[in-house]
Design a protein around this ligand. Sequence first.
Ligand SMILES: Nc1ncnc2c1ncn2[C@@H]1O[C@H](COP(=O)(O)OP(=O)(O)OP(=O)(O)O)[C@@H](O)[C@H]1O
Ligand SMILES: [Mg+2]
Length: 462
Amino acid sequence: MSDKTPVVLIVDDEKSMRHSVGVLLKKHAYDTAEAADAEKALEMLREDGPFDVILCDMRMPGMDGQEFVRRANQMGVETPIVVMSAYGSIDTAVQAMQNGAFDFISKPFKVEEVIIKLGRALAHRTLKDELEELRRERRAAFQFADLVGKDEKIRAVFDAVEKIAGYKTSVLIEGESGTGKELVAKSIHGLSGRKGPFVAINCGAIPENLLESELFGHKKGAFTDATADKEGLFARADKGTLLLDEIGEMPLALQVKLLRVLQDEEVRPVGGTQSYKFDVRIIAATNQNLEEAIKEKAFREDLFYRLSVFPIHVPPLRDRPGDIPLLVEYFLERHQARLGVKVKGVRQKALALLMEYPWPGNVRELENVLERASVLAGGGYIEAEHLPEKLRSPRVVDIKVPSEMPLAAGNLSVKQNSRVLEEIVIRKALEKTRGNRTNASKLLEISHRTLLYKIQEYGIDD
Ligand SMILES: Nc1ncnc2c1ncn2[C@@H]1O[C@H](COP(=O)(O)OP(=O)(O)OP(=O)(O)O)[C@@H](O)[C@H]1O
Ligand SMILES: [Mg+2]
């Protein structure tokens, strides 16, 4: 909390009123500023602001308090406004609060009432600022470029990106579908300081016979449809970065040509006789295991070594469930900015389902599920029923149930064996969250306190 003297802006058309309130507030350790009408007050908010609290009379000639509150709100003024209205005009005060005023005081007022209400408004303001500051700090700590995450596995990726960005070394990004490979590639480019563009091509999405001309360009007449010269992606990405996505899908014949291009740092367009030098940083990405593909002779080993000078492995989302709450918050904010859908929050039960699901489609799938859920939540909280059926239906997850269930001291009491099962599940949750009790309690759908109690009860030391 800042220890500077809070400043109250007094808006009142009566000079004697401004004066007496001013004296009163100064006595209670406030500084004051005065505005003789609402227009002037708005101007001061625009130019001198921010003030810590605004104290505003309701009935004023020209713009009245009602209109002032509305306009201040429209301007995005976050300073709490306390309105003063003559006794008997409660209705207008209520309306002012609906328009965004923080509180009201009826005139003639008691000194204590003014001091208490201003104090409350000030505390509210401070708390809001502090919350926002905390959020910002937390976000900054867990965000790297556009990548969000705090798990050590994803932090290792951030570190690698930071280290390698400035060099022209080839990077091979491996990871399952939707883990963020393209985002990692963009972050590398973004931090590289390279002046040219970031260009991406999905090698698996382009017919084999067109891929070569897409990459290297072609000369007019090189083949039937080549009615004009065409620039290739290597030329387009000059001084920038070229992402060869799904590199594992590249046909073998083209792999040979690509290797030569990378070695010579020059390309020859299809049907051309001349080669061109280029300055392109190559990043390749794949969701296949290229070493397997090499064994099966579907991928060339020499190209693999050329591309994977610096490999980066992006971990699947199920291996970092602790990142899920962060990603949820991040995506909800983004959806809000993009679609204007505001969500109040995510219910505990829904969050537990999100953290427990194995996410075969990784971050992309999570993003889609949240987009749908925030629309369904319709301005309220995201509840379990806003999530797709596949997240809600009980599933045999990766818990390996021993072929022989350990029994409580060799008996078949349901009650006693439930405890055995409970202990297994708790141990599993702690293992999965690497001992993080807050996250484990979410997975287990029990309170943090209950978990601590049970850990003690079962003598689990994690
Ligand atoms: N760590 C992260 N923080 C924030 N957003 C992320 C993160 N990882 C992925 N995303 C988002 O998830 C979506 C999928 O990411 P991206 O397209 O980079 O994945 P990919 O690995 O290239 O997937 P594919 O293999 O299917 O091409 C994108 O919208 C991306 O912005
Ligand atoms: Mg991709």
